[in-house]
Design a protein around this ligand. Structure first.
Ligand SMILES: [Zn+2]
Length: 326
């Protein structure tokens, strides 16, 4: 390879758009997770689920850590584990994209949680592959949360064990300040996808995401109506982290034996994948502005690389034109 050709290849690589979210892959992950069966916190099945998630992160070249603890629940102590995948970006500050991978414990019927627990985990696994290949201005953390579901009933502290534990640890070890925002994904598998704006979520994050949906003409799925949701984003909001919950709670099979593959669709995963990826640059721009205002500098590094790559490309194209003219 000559120097000019190498520069051209590098330029194309640097300027190339990131890979697209592939709902075919996400669907395959969802199928595998549902095939494991019910996956409540502390069960052998959730251990198997974790193994699957970790194997997929490894395959995508994304490093991860496990955050394990035992939590007190109405049914006694339960072993729980958050899986934290990290994709280093140009900056150390983190944008956390999270979802739960546990399913609610039901003894009366077999609950496999295709949308509730399955869709969020499958989504994050595919997102890991996509974002690993992207140039990320901020470090991206893919957070697979355990223990979102109530062990018995959603009251008192019997819910969101994983997110509460994660935020507690971040407060204690001083890493909370580096978390700039949270995008939470939950129950996005519904065939008839209808995601309402959550009024607990941070307004500016909601605006960016719903604007992206409108640009993509996906506002039939990201609708204007509002609702108020308690979910894994609440501990983050309480700790001062801007957060948004992307959730379709308007789901008939919710917490029933009917939350199976029949009730969900790959198309819905694709819609959310496309919207989140389209919204990401605006979220990052807003966060980087905030970071720069706090005086950490280095703002234009990423842009420079792209400008340079485009210049290389233009020069190469000019040269091709010139040689064609001769
Ligand atoms: Zn649930």
């Amino acid at each position: 390879m000559t120097k000019a050709v190498l520069a051209f290849v590098l330029a194309v690589q640097a300027a190339a758009p990131p890979p697209k979210f592939d709902s075919g892959r996400a669907w395959e992950h969802l199928r595998q997770l549902v095939a494991i069966g019910p996956r409540p916190a502390g069960s052998p099945a959730i251990e198997q689920t974790r193994s699957y998630i970790k194997a997929q992160l490894t395959a995508a070249g994304v490093s991860f850590a496990e955050q394990a603890w035992d939590d007190d629940t109405p049914l006694g102590r339960v072993h729980m584990v958050n899986v934290i995948g990290t994709i280093p970006g140009a900056r150390k500050e983190r944008l956390v994209i999270a979802g739960h991978y546990d399913t609610k414990l039901f003894r009366q019927f077999r609950f496999v949680g295709a949308s509730d627990g399955g869709s969020s985990a499958a989504f994050l696994i595919e997102l890991a592959r996509v974002l690993k290949a992207r140039k990320n201005p901020l470090t991206i953390e893919l957070l697979f949360l355990d223990g979102e579901e109530a062990v018995v009933e959603w009251e008192g502290n019997d819910h969101t064990y994983g997110s509460r534990h994660y935020v507690d640890v971040a407060k204690r070890d001083g890493s909370l300040a580096s978390i700039k925002a949270l995008v939470l994904i939950d129950m996005i598998g519904d065939r008839d996808l209808r995601i309402r704006r959550d009024t607990n979520s941070s307004r500016w994050l909601t605006e960016i995401i719903w604007n992206a949906a409108r640009r993509l003409e996906l506002d039939t799925a990201f609708v204007a109506e509002t609702t108020r949701v308690e979910d894994d984003h609440v501990p983050f909001l309480q700790a001062g982290v801007p957060s948004v919950d992307i959730i379709d709670l308007d789901y008939e099979p919710w917490h029933t034996a009917k939350d199976t593959l029949d009730a969900v669709s790959a198309r819905s995963l694709q819609i959310v994948g496309d919207v989140v990826l389209a919204a990401l640059p605006d979220i990052e721009a807003r966060l980087i502005k905030g970071v720069t205002l706090t005086g950490r500098g280095g703002k234009h590094k990423q842009d420079y690389r792209l400008v340079k790559a485009k210049k290389h490309l233009r020069r190469h194209q000019q040269r091709l034109k010139q040689s064609a003219a001769h």
